[in-house]
Design a protein around this ligand. Structure first.
Ligand SMILES: Nc1nc2c(c(=O)[nH]1)N[C@H]1C(S)=C(S)[C@@H](COP(=O)(O)OP(=O)(O)OC[C@H]3O[C@@H](n4cnc5c(=O)[nH]c(N)nc54)[C@H](O)[C@@H]3O)O[C@H]1N2
Ligand SMILES: Nc1nc2c(c(=O)[nH]1)N[C@H]1C(S)=C(S)[C@@H](COP(=O)(O)OP(=O)(O)OC[C@H]3O[C@@H](n4cnc5c(=O)[nH]c(N)nc54)[C@H](O)[C@@H]3O)O[C@H]1N2
Ligand code: SF4
Ligand SMILES: [Mo]
Length: 748
C-alpha cells in the first residue's frame, strides 16, 4: 500500500513522532521546555518530586519520584500515601531500572520474507497491521480476529483498546490476562453479591481480630499489605491456609497445611461446625441474605471427621479454628491465587463469602470476604477493559446497557456487539479449530505465562497474523510475532490504576519513552485512524478525557465514579476509592462496601452459593506421583520477568536458575541432593531445574516458581467451570536426577 493512501493518518503520525511527548496524550512532563513543548499546567510541574502509583502489584503503593533536569533519577516510597505509609517492596524501589533496559523495543519490527523480524517505520507497521487484519476479516469474517489485553496498562488505555477493537474494528472476541488472575473472584462476587465488588479497605488488615489468609503468600506477593497486617494493634490471630509452609505461613500465628485442592471441603467443614454450635448471626442472615437454609442442609454432609480425612487437618485444629471464627468480633477472610487458580475456584471463593455472611463478618471494620487483586490495574481491567463485560460493568447482552453506552459515546448502537466474548482459553482453542486467524496481544506474555506452554506456542505460531505490543522485543511472545509494536511503559505515560481496595490512583509521565516507542494510548489512536474508524473516538481525545468519559458511563453502577472530576482531584486526594458519585464528599479515605447490609442483587440480598466438591482433573498416579504447585518465588520477581530481570539489584535477590522445591524425604528416596539438577516431567513436557530441598513443601508435593521461562511446559490445560480461570496450581509430575546431578550441557 502506498504511504500516500492514508494522508490524514500519516500526517497525524508524523506530528506525533515529532512531538511524542506532546499534546496528543497530554502526558505529564516535568520541564516541558526540555522536550520542546509548550506550557504544561503548573500542577504537573512540581519542584523536584512527584507521586505516582507503582506499576507492579495491585497493592498500589504511592512512590515519590525524584527528578533532576526533567528526568526521574530516583524513587522512594511516598510517606503520606494512605496505602503504603512510607514503605515499598524491592520492585517499587527499582521501578526505574526496567525502563532503561537494552532490549526495549525502539521501533516497530516486521517479519520479512525470510522469516526474520526486522525494524520498520511506524507508517509501514500501521498500514501492514490494518491491511493484514482486514484481509483476514474479509476472508474469514470479522470474528476471526481477536485480542488479548492486560491488567498492566492504565484504565484509559485498556478502555480505548476494548472500544476500538469491539466498536471500531468489528471484533467480538477479546479477553485479558486478568482471566489468569482474577476471573474466579469476579465470577464469585458477581454471583454472590450481584456485582464484582471487593468490599474492603486496607485499614481492615489493621482492625481485624482474626485474619484468615487462604492460598495467599502475602509476604512475597503483597509485601506492603503484610506490613499493614503487622501494624494491627489488636493482637490478631493470623491464620494461613496453604499446602506449603510459605514465608507467610511461617510468620503467621497458625498454619493449616491442607492437602492441595481440599479447600472446599475444609470451608464447608468450618461452616458445619459454626452452624452446629450456633456461632452464626441469624438476624444478619435473615435480613440480608438468601439461600441459607439450603446451604445449611448442604454442609450437614461435612462433619469434622470426614473433613479431617480429606484435608489432612485433625478435628481438634478444625474445631479450634471454627471457635475462633465464631467467637471473635472481627474476622476477615482474604484469598488470592491458591483459591482463584483451581478447577473449582469460584465455589471455593464463595465458600469463604458464605462464612463471612453467616457470621455477619462483612460491612464492619476488620471484616470481609476479600479477594486480593494481583496486577497493578487488574481491577481497572475488570471494570473498564470492555472484554468480559461492557464498559463500566455493563452487560453486552442487555439492550438497555448497549443503548446507554452508545449514547454516552455518541456512536451507533449497532457497533456494540450483543454477544459475550470468548474467554482466553476459548480464543486459543479457536486458533486450533481455525476460527481465529489473527491475534493482537497487548502487555501480556502469553507464550510464557499460559498453561501447557509448548502447545500454546504451537498455536501462536499457527496464526496468519500475530501482533505483539510490548515494551520489549525480546519476550517469548514477541519473538513469535509477525509484527511488534513498541510501547512506552509505566512511568512513560499517564493514566489511572485501580488497586485492590478499589482506590483509583494516578500514574504520571516521569521518563521519556525510548526510541520511537509510543504510549499504548497513542498506538490505539493511530490504529483507529489508519483503520478508518477514528470518527468513533473523537471524544477519546486524551487519557484524562477518557477518564471523564468512563466516569459518566459508570453513573448509576456500583462502581460509579462520576464524582471524580479530573486527575488533579485524584492526585490531591491521595487516590479515591470507588464508588464516588457526583456530589459525594470525601470524608474518609478508607471506605468499605456493604455497611448498610445492602448487596447489589435486585432484592439487595447476598446469596449463599455452594456445590459438591469435584475431584482434581489430573490426580497423581504411579507414573506421575507428585503434585506440582506453582506461584510466586520472591518479592523481587515479577511474572515472566521481562521487567524485574532488568534490575541488577533485583537479580541479586533471587536464584538465577530455575529451581524446584522438594521435601527432603522425597529427595532422599530419589537420590537427589540439594543443588542437584533434576528433570521434572508431566504428560505435557519436561523441565530441567535445580533441586532445592526444603520443609516448605510437604512430601508428595513440589513447587516451581512461575517466573522461569519453562515452568508452564508442565501445567495442565484445565479451568474453573464458571470463571474459566486456569488451574495453574495442580497437575501430576514425576522427577528424576539428570546428568548425575550436574547441570545439563544444553543449559550451560
Ligand atoms: N513478587 C511478586 N508479587 C506479585 C506477583 C509477582 O509475580 N511477583 N504477581 C501479582 C499477581 S498478578 C498476583 S495474581 C498475586 C498472586 O499472589 P499469591 O496468590 O499470594 O501468590 P501465588 O504464589 O501464586 O499463590 C499463593 C499460594 O497459593 C498456594 N496454593 C496452591 N495450591 C493451593 C490450594 O489448593 N489451596 C490453598 N489454600 N492454597 C494453595 C501456593 O502454595 C501459594 O503459596 O501476586 C501479585 N504480586
Ligand atoms: N504456572 C503459573 N503460571 C501463571 C501463574 C501461576 O501462578 N503459575 N499466574 C498467572 C497470573 S496470576 C498472571 S497475572 C499471569 C501474568 O502473566 P503475563 O501477563 O504474561 O506476565 P507479565 O510478565 O507481567 O507480562 C506483561 C507483559 O507486558 C509488558 N508490558 C509491561 N508494561 C507495558 C505497557 O505499559 N504497555 C505494553 N504494551 N506492554 C507492557 C511486559 O514487558 C510483559 O511482556 O501469569 C499467570 N501464569
Ligand atoms: S507492594 Fe506492590 S505496589 Fe507496593 S511497591 Fe511492591 S510491587 Fe509496588
Ligand atoms: Mo495475577
Amino acid at each position: 500500500m502506498s504511504k500516500k493512501l492514508i494522508p490524514k493518518a500519516a500526517a497525524r503520525l508524523k506530528g506525533l513522532l515529532r512531538q511524542r511527548d506532546g499534546a496528543l496524550t497530554q502526558q505529564l512532563v516535568l520541564q516541558p521546555a526540555q522536550f520542546g513543548l509548550g506550557k504544561v499546567p503548573s500542577r504537573l510541574v512540581p519542584d523536584n518530586t512527584t507521586t505516582v502509583i507503582c506499576g507492579f502489584c495491585a497493592t498500589g503503593c504511592g512512590l515519590t519520584v525524584h527528578l533532576k533536569d526533567a528526568k526521574a533519577i530516583n524513587i522512594t516510597p511516598a510517606t503520606d500515601y494512605p496505602v503504603n505509609l512510607g514503605m515499598a517492596c524491592p520492585k517499587g524501589w527499582e521501578s526505574l531500572a526496567p525502563l532503561q533496559a537494552t532490549d526495549r523495543a525502539l521501533t516497530p519490527s516486521l517479519r520479512n520474507a525470510q522469516g526474520t523480524l526486522e525494524p520498520t517505520d511506524w507508517d509501514t507497521a500501521l498500514q501492514t497491521f490494518c491491511l493484514r487484519m482486514k484481509a483476514i476479516q474479509h476472508q474469514h469474517g470479522s470474528h476471526s480476529v481477536a485480542f488479548i489485553s492486560t491488567g498492566q496498562i492504565v484504565s484509559e488505555e485498556m478502555a480505548l483498546l476494548g472500544a476500538l477493537t469491539k466498536f471500531g474494528m468489528g471484533m467480538v472476541h477479546g479477553d485479558g490476562n486478568t482471566r489468569q488472575c482474577m476471573a474466579t473472584a469476579v465470577t464469585a462476587y458477581k454471583q454472590s453479591f450481584g456485582f464484582d465488588a471487593p468490599p474492603y479497605t486496607y485499614q481492615d488488615f489493621e482492625e481485624s481480630d482474626v485474619i484468615v489468609l487462604v492460598g495467599s503468600n502475602l509476604c512475597i506477593a503483597h509485601p506492603i499489605m503484610w506490613q499493614r497486617v503487622l501494624r494491627n494493634k489488636r493482637k490478631p490471630e493470623i491464620i494461613v491456609i496453604d499446602p506449603r509452609r510459605t514465608e507467610t505461613a511461617v510468620a503467621a500465628t497458625q498454619h493449616f497445611a491442607i492437602r492441595p485442592k481440599s479447600d472446599l471441603v475444609f470451608f464447608y467443614g468450618l461452616a458445619h461446625i459454626l452452624i452446629r454450635d450456633q456461632w452464626i448471626k441469624p438476624d444478619f442472615i435473615k435480613q440480608h441474605t438468601e439461600g441459607f437454609e439450603e446451604f445449611k442442609a448442604h454442609v450437614v454432609q461435612f462433619p469434622p471427621e470426614y473433613v479431617a480425612s480429606v484435608t489432612g487437618i485433625n478435628t481438634e485444629k478444625l474445631e479450634t479454628l471454627a471457635r475462633l471464627i465464631g467467637q471473635k468480633e472481627r474476622v476477615s477472610f482474604w484469598w488470592t491465587m491458591g483459591v482463584n487458580q483451581s478447577h473449582e475456584g469460584t465455589r471455593v471463593a464463595q465458600s469463604l463469602i458464605n462464612l463471612a455472611l453467616m457470621t455477619g463478618n462483612i460491612g464492619r471494620p476488620g471484616t470481609g470476604a476479600n479477594s486480593i487483586t494481583g496486577q497493578c490495574n487488574a481491577m481497572g481491567s475488570r471494570l473498564f477493559s470492555n472484554t468480559t463485560n461492557l464498559l463500566g460493568g455493563h452487560d453486552f447482552t442487555n439492550q438497555a446497557h448497549r443503548q446507554k453506552i452508545a449514547e454516552h459515546l455518541s456512536i451507533d448502537e449497532r457497533f456494540i456487539p450483543a454477544e459475550n466474548s470468548w474467554a482466553y482459553d476459548q480464543i486459543l482453542a479457536g486458533i486450533e479449530s481455525g476460527s481465529i486467524k489473527g491475534l493482537w496481544i497487548i502487555a501480556t506474555n502469553t507464550a510464557h505465562s499460559w498453561l501447557n506452554q509448548q502447545k500454546t506456542q504451537e498455536l501462536l505460531s499457527k496464526l496468519d497474523f500475530l501482533v505483539v505490543q510490548d515494551m520489549y522485543h525480546s519476550t517469548e511472545t514477541a519473538q513469535l510475532a509477525h509484527l511488534i509494536l513498541p510501547a512506552a511503559g509505566w512511568g512513560e505515560k499517564e493514566g489511572t490504576f485501580i488497586n485492590s481496595e478499589r482506590r483509583i490512583g494516578l500514574v504520571k509521565k516521569i521518563s521519556k519513552a525510548p526510541g520511537q516507542s509510543l504510549s499504548d494510548f497513542s498506538i490505539f489512536k493511530l490504529i483507529a485512524q489508519y483503520w478508518g474508524c477514528a470518527d468513533l473516538f473523537q471524544k477519546w481525545s486524551s487519557p484524562e478525557a477518557v477518564f471523564q468519559l468512563l466516569g459518566r458511563i459508570s453513573r448509576g453502577q456500583p462502581c460509579d465514579i462520576s464524582g471524580i472530576l479530573d486527575y488533579q482531584m485524584i492526585d490531591e486526594a491521595n487516590g479515591i476509592q470507588w464508588p464516588y458519585r457526583e456530589g459525594d464528599q470525601l470524608s474518609d479515605c478508607h471506605r468499605r462496601l456493604f455497611e448498610n447490609g445492602e448487596f447489589f442483587h435486585p432484592n439487595k440480598r447476598a446469596r449463599f452459593i455452594y456445590e459438591s466438591p469435584r475431584p482434581v482433573p489430573e490426580p497423581c498416579d504411579a507414573e506421575y506421583p507428585f503434585i506440582l504447585l506453582t506461584g510466586r518465588g520472591t518479592s523481587a520477581q515479577w511474572h515472566t520477568q521481562t521487567r524485574t530481570a532488568k534490575s541488577a539489584v533485583l537479580r541479586s535477590l533471587y536464584p538465577a536458575e530455575i529451581y524446584v522445591e522438594i521435601h527432603a524425604d522425597d529427595a532422599k528416596r530419589l537420590g537427589i541432593r540439594s543443588g542437584d539438577w533434576v528433570r521434572v516431567f508431566s504428560r505435557r513436557g519436561q523441565v530441567e531445574a535445580q533441586a532445592f530441598l526444603t520443609a516448605a513443601v510437604f512430601p508428595g508435593q513440589v513447587f516451581i516458581p512461575m517466573h522461569y521461562a519453562t515452568a508452564n511446559q508442565l501445567t495442565l490445560n484445565s479451568m474453573d467451570t464458571y470463571s474459566r480461570q486456569p488451574s495453574y496450581k495442580n497437575c501430576a509430575v514425576a522427577i528424576t536426577l539428570v546428568n548425575g546431578g550436574k547441570k545439563p550441557s544444553a543449559l550451560r
